[in-house]
Design a protein around this ligand. Structure first.
Ligand code: FES
Length: 135
């Protein structure tokens, strides 16, 4: 998975040119928003959950090639996973699926994973408040 300093893999470019699951879910069960204060990139991840399984996911990323590709491939990876399975994903899983990223771009893959963790956190928070309301 060794990459040239500034070259993108074929997989990265494919996802950048034709991102999967881009957009917003208006009635999402969980939303994760993260930003990178250094470059200013921002990412939103929306999840729909039924019976503890992620049934739909969309993203909006205002950022670089690596950030958009990481978001796109992450959405493909988590659709159909349980919340617990999705929670275990790491940036290395994303990097592996993308066939690597140049070292200067490694941090971009972290954004997608952080957005996922926040979306799951938001989902759990909403679920807990719903439970408390029904008590
Ligand atoms: Fe900002 Fe890639 S340069 S996330």
């Amino acid at each position: 998975m060794k990459m040239d300093a500034f070259r993108y893999s074929k997989k990265v470019l494919e996802h950048f040119r034709n991102p999967h699951n881009m957009g917003e879910i208006k009635d999402a069960d969980g939303i994760g928003r993260v930003g990178n204060p250094v470059c200013g990139d921002v990412m939103y991840l929306y999840i729909k959950v039924k019976d503890n399984v992620i049934t739909d996911v969309k993203f909006q990323t205002f950022g670089c090639v690596a950030a958009i590709s990481s978001s796109s491939i992450l959405t493909d990876m988590i659709k159909g996973m349980t919340i617990e399975e999705a929670e275990k994903l790491t940036k290395d899983d994303v990097l592996k699926k993308l066939d690597g990223l140049a070292p200067v771009k490694l941090h971009c893959s972290v954004l997608a994973v952080e957005a996922l963790r926040k979306a799951i956190g938001d989902y759990r928070k909403r679920k807990n408040s719903e439970r408390q309301r029904n008590c």
